[in-house]
Each structure stands twice: as structure tokens, then as C-alpha cells.
Design a binder for this molecule. Structure first.
Ligand code: IPM
Ligand code: MN
Length: 352
């Protein structure tokens, strides 16, 4: 199969984790006779520096034309005080919006061999849930600004029925292939947007009589994720709550560096690890490439390459079992570099 993939390395450790991911995807391409074409394009701080815009039009056009986008991460403290729209993160948000990637899928799976989580081991056995995070609406995209000489600020949170319905449908459909359980996480005791979410999602659930739907307020859900993570199968939630709960959930897995994500719209898609740019680790060859590599595996699944996805995931599991891991998930005296983890996974795939 031929696929055109737009690649945005981005900032911080982005280039390092993307390099390992492409290496691994190339080994899959060789083994299964695929033709993956990568085009490197600019976004984030590099695009600010070269073109004065964190998400240039050429980048957006290129992403819209490609079969998929592979995204590293953006963010650089140097630009933290840039005006609205001019920070590296704004570039990512603009791309999500322009590609209409409203459904962000974040699987949270605990690998049994890892024990860097501060949570008790007995709570972690067989944890396997997915966060369906709405990605192009809510407080992230509402009108924002300042008044009273900059001394008051506002961020509006709005949601429409259509915005809730389209991700709701995707979450319910996905649950049919899993444990048939959807938990809507919101703050319906306070927020009107959350009350609309409940109304719309309850209505959708009538079309899925076999799927159990329950509701949790986000404050309570954040506690349950730590105390009783096994009870979740699909967590459906808005943009802001999904952002927060996914970082929290990564603690169960041992590292934020392990979590992948897929962002899906109508026929458009982007794959990115959930970790940020981790500027302190830039260039040190210590960043965990697995979040990005597993995002590559979600891309293979999206392409319908199921065997390829399985072998990639088997290779990742094997690297963890053999303790070929970066220092975030293993004792640093025994750890491997970013590059070594990528090399190991590449070789494993070729040897199969
Ligand atoms: C994420 C990130 C982004 C977000 C930032 C970089 C804008 O934290 O993908 O979770 O908040 O969505
Ligand atoms: Mn986040």
C-alpha cells in the first residue's frame, strides 16, 4: 500500500522520538511491502522562527492532502509570553481545528512488567481503558481575551449538539468491540455545557441498548482513575477534562512517555504522543520514544494494516520485557537510550 505521511517533528524531544518512529515504520514497510512517503513540514517554534507563524498555511495544506499526519510535540518556554495565536501550542490547536480532528483517542494500557508507577501494583493489574477526548471545541476554542486593562480575563466554553453527537457516536461504536461500557465524565452539577453533554449522550445511548452508560463528575472521576482504574472501559469527555485526565491516567502506566493518541475527523487523521516537548531532555537521547512509536501503530490500524500493527505492538512489549527501556520506566543504571530502544524494535520486527 502506498501512503503519503506528513511529518511534523516539532520542538523539544519531538525530532528524536519521530526519528525512532520512522525507523520502526520503515521496517514494517520493508517487511510487508508498503510504500510510505514522508514529507517533513514545519510547525511550532521552528515555524515561528523561520516564517513568523506557528502553523503556516503550507503546513496545513500539506496535512490536508496527505493520508495521515505524524506529529511529535510542540512547545518552547521561550515563547510562553507570545501573544494569543503566536505560541507553538496555538499552532497545534489551529491544525486540529483546520483538519477538523474532533475525536482524540487515548488508550491507557498498563504493561505488566513495568513498576515505575507510584500506584499500588494490585490496583494496576489488567488496566485497559480508552479516553475519547473531544478535540476541537469547548474552552480551548471559545472566545478568549482580556478586559479592564488586562486585569480581567475570559475563556468561553461552548459546545453544540452536533459537536457532542459526532464524538459520542464514535465512542459508542468503539465500545461495541470492547466491554460495552461508556463513562461520560463531566461537571454537570455546575456547567451548562456538561448538562447538554448528558442530554445528547443519553439520547445516543438509546441506539446502543447493549452498551452500559454511566456518568461521573470529573472531580470524582479523577479520584476513581487512581483508586479503581479497572472499572473504566471507555471514558468519554470534553476537551479540557480529557487533557487533564489523560496526563493523570499516564501515571498508572509508569510514564507519560508511553501514551499514544490518534486524532480523527471525517477522513482526516493525525497521530501524536500525548507527552509535551520536554525541553529539559532535548538532545540528550533519553526521551521515551514508545508514545510516538505506539502512535505510529495506531496509524497502521487506521490504515487497516492489522497484522502490521500487531507485530509492532508485540515488538514494543518485547522491548519492555527485555528491559530495553529509557530511564523514565526503568532504573536509570540499566536504561537504554532513545536511539537504542528504536534500534531494538526495528531489529525485532525484521527478525520476525
Ligand atoms: C495534549 C497537549 C496539548 C493540549 C497542548 C500542547 C496544547 O497537552 O495534546 O494533551 O492541551 O491539547
Ligand atoms: Mn495534554
Amino acid at each position: 500500500m502506498k501512503k503519503n505521511i506528513s511529518v511534523i517533528e516539532g520542538d523539544g524531544v519531538g525530532p528524536e522520538v519521530i526519528k525512532q518512529t520512522i525507523k520502526v515504520l520503515n521496517s514494517i514497510a520493508i517487511k510487508y511491502g508498503h510504500d510510505f512517503h514522508y514529507k517533513n513540514i514545519l510547525a511550532g517554534s521552528k515555524a515561528i522562527e523561520k516564517l513568523g507563524d506557528p502553523m503556516p498555511k503550507e503546513t496545513i495544506d500539506n496535512c490536508l492532502k496527505s493520508d495521515a499526519v505524524l506529529f511529535g510535540c510542540v512547545g518552547d518556554p521561550k515563547y510562553d509570553h507570545n501573544p494569543i495565536g503566536m505560541r507553538p501550542e496555538d499552532g497545534l490547536l489551529k491544525l486540529r481545528k483546520k483538519m477538523n480532528l474532533y475525536c482524540n483517542i487515548r488508550p491507557v494500557v498498563v504493561f505488566p512488567k513495568l513498576n515505575k508507577s507510584p500506584i499500588k501494583k494490585k490496583l494496576l493489574n489488567k488496566v485497559d481503558f480508552i479516553i475519547y477526548r473531544e478535540l476541537t471545541g469547548g474552552i480551548y476554542f471559545g472566545k478568549k481575551g482580556r478586559y479592564k486593562n488586562g486585569e480581567e480575563a475570559y475563556d468561553y466554553c461552548t459546545y453544540s449538539k452536533t459537536e457532542i453527537e459526532r464524538i459520542g457516536e464514535m465512542a459508542f461504536k468503539a465500545s461495541l468491540h470492547r466491554k460495552k461500557k461508556v463513562t461520560l465524565v463531566d461537571k454537570a452539577n455546575v456547567l451548562e455545557t456538561s448538562r447538554l453533554w448528558r442530554e445528547v449522550i443519553k439520547k445516543i445511548s438509546l441506539d446502543y441498548p447493549d452498551v452500559h452508560l454511566d456518568f461521573l463528575y470529573v472531580d470524582h472521576a479523577s479520584m476513581q482513575i487512581i483508586m479503581n482504574p479497572k472499572k473504566f472501559d471507555i471514558i468519554l469527555t470534553d476537551n479540557m477534562f480529557g487533557d487533564i485526565l489523560s496526563d493523570e491516567s499516564s501515571v498508572l502506566t509508569s510514564s507519560l512517555g508511553l501514551l499514544p493518541s490518534a486524532s480523527i475527523g471525517n477522513c482526516k487523521c493525525m497521530f501524536e504522543p500525548i507527552h509535551g516537548s520536554f525541553p529539559q531532555a532535548k538532545g540528550k537521547n533519553i526521551a521515551n520514544p514508545l508514545g510516538c512509536i505506539l502512535s505510529g501503530s495506531m496509524m497502521l490500524e487506521y490504515f487497516g494494516m492489522y497484522q502490521e500493527k500487531n507485530i509492532l505492538e508485540k515488538a514494543v512489549k518485547n522491548s519492555i520485557e527485555k528491559k530495553i527501556c529509557t530511564p523514565d520506566i526503568i532504573d536509570s543504571k540499566l536504561s537504554s537510550t532513545t536511539e537504542e530502544v528504536g534500534d531494538y524494535i526495528e531489529k525485532y520486527i525484521i527478525s520476525q
